[in-house]
Design a protein around this ligand. Structure first.
Ligand SMILES: [Zn+2]
Length: 390
């Protein structure tokens, strides 16, 4: 038995206008200071108010939100008593909004109690709208919540199918402000979602379509959105691609590039997309060269993109090359060194990095599950830019 879950998606230019149609009493808008400064929070608030809702903007979300942030947000929501929780921003804001929503409905829980096994019984008090302003995380279409445990320097993957947003507003207007670096980081995060969603051990017929379409759109439009942020078509396609990738991996999983990237981000605070994209080619090489190679699907992706893929190995090689070419085009580091991480820093933290990656749930859904020693070796290879030959 399996499920495919998706929010109702309102997309395309002008999508935000549909906020005026939302029925309710009070909306609690979870966002950050940047969204307020850009005027986006006000725009959302205006639309909701013109539909007759009272609004409160809670703009206290920090990048990589901590468990404590979500608890503070839930306290504010409990005082305001909204019937809509609106997440506005990048993945951090949307994840914080999901966590706040759960704790608002279930004040008896702590954030680490938000898991797929616990029956949450949400939607007694509120429903949730997600409005992404980056084209990357796909958090508007997934139920996963990534929060940071500051005490343990570790990112926690929480969430339950119940906390999937009810509606997602995918309006490319919000993506126009993204500077090139953030466009590249978030766009490559979406690519990693789509490739890992299609190739991990939980891949399924229902996620295949959204993943493949997202991969195609990202290869085609990310260089354009990066080179010229005012390219409206590229922005719209990238915004759609990120949500499609979210629908794909959100109903499948991600894999090794994400566990290694999460672990790196937990210790060195590397931006999520930059970290996971860096490990994507290494993880493909590692998985494609292992004993599971007969079951990998890199050749299918390569053929879909029109790349050479006579054999599975050739397909994997083509996909790795295309990914690295794309990363170069958008000025993305291919190794840990240009990321600003010295060999000494890496070695000093290697045990912690490898242990956290090993414990990360996405390592388990990798088609080939690495040993601790193999993860250590992968981090070293990623530092040197060495090609993998296990
Ligand atoms: Zn990601």
């Amino acid at each position: 038995m399996w499920f495919f879950n998706s929010p109702e998606i309102v997309f395309g230019p002008g999508a935000l206008d549909y906020l005026e149609e939302i029925q309710g009493r009070r909306a609690f808008i979870v966002t950050d200071a940047n969204m307020v400064a850009l005027g986006f929070a006000e725009k959302v608030e205006q639309k909701l108010r013109s539909g007759g809702l009272d609004c409160q903007v809670w703009a206290d979300v920090e990048p990589d939100p901590a468990l404590a942030t979500v608890q503070r947000g839930a306290h504010a929501a409990l005082a305001f008593e909204p019937d809509w929780i609106v997440g506005l921003g990048g993945g951090s804001c949307l994840d914080a909004a999901k966590g706040i929503w759960v704790l608002y409905e279930r004040p008896d829980l702590t954030p680490d109690g938000i898991n797929p096994i616990e029956r949450l019984g949400l939607r007694q008090k509120a429903r949730m709208i997600a409005i992404p302003t980056t084209s990357g995380t796909g958090a508007e279409a997934t139920w996963g919540i990534v929060l940071t445990d500051e005490a343990e320097q570790r990112k926690l993957g929480l969430g339950s199918r119940e906390n999937l947003p009810d509606m997602a507003f995918v309006d490319p207007m919000f993506a126009r402000h993204l500077p090139p670096r953030l466009t590249a980081d978030t766009g490559l995060d979406a690519l990693t979602h789509a490739i890992e969603g299609y190739t991990c051990s939980w891949a399924n017929d229902f996620c295949d379509g959204p993943c493949l379409k997202a991969i195609e759109l990202i290869f085609k439009y990310l260089p354009r959105a990066y080179a010229d942020g005012s390219d409206a078509e590229a922005r719209e396609k990238m915004h759609n691609a990120a949500t499609l990738a979210g629908m794909g991996f959100g109903n499948s999983m991600v894999a090794l590039a994400h566990s290694m990237g999460h672990s790196l981000g937990g210790v060195f605070h590397t931006p999520h997309g930059r970290a996971v994209a860096l490990f994507l080619p290494y993880s493909i090489e590692f998985i494609a060269r292992g004993p599971t190679m007969t079951r990998t699907r890199y050749g299918e992706i390569a053929r879909f993109l029109g790349l050479p893929a006579q054999t599975e190995e050739q397909g994997a090689t083509s996909l790795v090359k295309a990914t690295r070419d794309l990363m170069r085009q958008v000025g993305q580091p291919l190794e840990l060194q240009p990321l600003g991480l010295s060999r000494q820093e890496l070695e000093a933290n290697l045990e912690l990095l490898a242990t956290n990656a090993e414990l990360d749930v996405y390592t388990v859904t990798s088609l080939r599950v690495p040993t601790h020693e193999e993860i250590v070796q992968l981090y070293r290879y990623a530092h040197e830019g060495k090609r993998i030959d296990f």
